[in-house]
Design a protein around this ligand. Structure first.
Ligand code: BJW
Ligand code: ZN
Length: 270
């Protein structure tokens, strides 16, 4: 594995016997996803040259300090991303994960993404570690606001009930992750037979501790990424390349091993 050039995966790609055997025996499969999974839908990643928005690093925008210092700048970034995300569609990676949920007795997606694309694609069990960009709330009274309401207001949106600042319902640096989502993710990581880490740089904690947690509890750890990450040396398999092609090929390979007609690339995208 790893000998394929990024983007060279096709439905005939070969996967190791070890990986296929672990998947064939798996009762509980967990997919842990990051920004790379949405990249092929047109959502920029956070890190690397492509990920930088107007020369700002995520640490300079995604924090309460940054928001209080310059709410207009932070809102400009979020308004831009909200509009972009509303205009794009889930891609082959999201669709492949929907198919995987139908194939295994238990299946969960743990996502760091806030773009809601897994749910929009049709996945059911999705734990959102860093919130959801479709929600917003007032930092003073907690009143929720829809995207339609916030985007209607020019500049920094305000709460109609108390006049407080409204923020997106996402997790910024220095903030705790939603307890219920974190607890469910830890339980899933600890019970997984196969744990797939897909399209994440694995540098943001505590999310980045989940793949290692899963491996220590006996999961077979698979990483899918065009680039090596700090997790790569701990992975049992590193599938190097863009996740859309790799995940589609993997689902096609798995479904070919089951009864019924094998999936085609066309049927995976439909
Ligand atoms: C493809 C591809 C293709 C491209 N196919 N792949 C020092 C050490 C350790 C920890 C800390 C520390 N100092 C501070 C901390 C804690 C901090 C942290 O981890 N910082 C590190 C950066 C150093 N963590 C926190 O603060 C967290 N909270 C916390 O710890 O609470 C406890 C606490 C509370 C109070 C006080 C103190 C402690 C919260 C973290 C919140 C992260 N929030 C963000 C923004 C969310 C909202 C928004 O989107 O606007 O979450 S930051 C950003 O990074 C976002 C992402 O979910 C997250 C992870 O990024 P991801 O998904 O991995 O994206 P990239 O861009 O990094 O990588 C993309 C990958 O895709 C790359 O590898 C590409 O190769 C690949 N790729 N194309 C497949 N086609
Ligand atoms: Zn309010």
């Amino acid at each position: 594995m790893g000998a394929f050039a990024p983007g060279a995966w096709t439905l005939t790609a070969e996967f190791s016997d070890r990986l296929l055997a672990r998947l064939a025996d798996a009762k509980f499969v967990v997919a842990f996803t990051g920004a790379g999974v949405s990249a092929e839908s047109g959502v920029p990643t956070f890190r690397g040259a492509e990920g930088i928005w107007r020369k700002f690093k995520p640490e300079e925008l995604a924090s309460m300090n940054a928001f209080m210092k310059n709410p207009a700048l932070v809102w400009e970034w979020y308004a831009h991303r909200k509009k972009l995300i509303a205009s794009i569609q889930p891609n082959q990676s999201h669709t492949a994960l929907v198919r995987m949920e139908q194939m295994f007795q238990q299946f969960a997606i743990i996502t760091q993404n806030i773009d809601n694309l897994h749910r929009r694609a049709g996945s059911r069990t999705v734990y959102e570690l860093h919130g959801n960009i479709e929600r917003n709330y007032c930092i003073t009274c907690g009143r929720p606001q829809t995207n339609e309401e916030v985007l209607r207001q020019p500049g920094v949106p305000r709460c109609p009930a108390c006049g407080g600042l409204v923020r997106p319902d996402v997790v910024w640096f220095g903030e705790f992750l939603p307890e219920d989502q974190w607890d469910a993710s830890v339980r899933a990581a600890e019970s997984a037979d196969v744990f797939l880490s897909i399209g994440t740089s694995g540098v943001v904690y505590p999310a980045a501790s989940l793949p290692v947690m899963a491996k220590l509890r006996g999961a077979f750890l698979v990483e899918v990424n065009p680039e090596p990450t700090p997790l790569t040396e701990r992975a049992d398999e590193f599938l190097q390349g863009a996740s859309g092609g790799i995940m589609s090929a993997l689902v096609a390979r798995l479904s070919a091993g089951k009864s019924g007609p094998p999936l085609t690339e066309q049927s995976l995208q439909s």
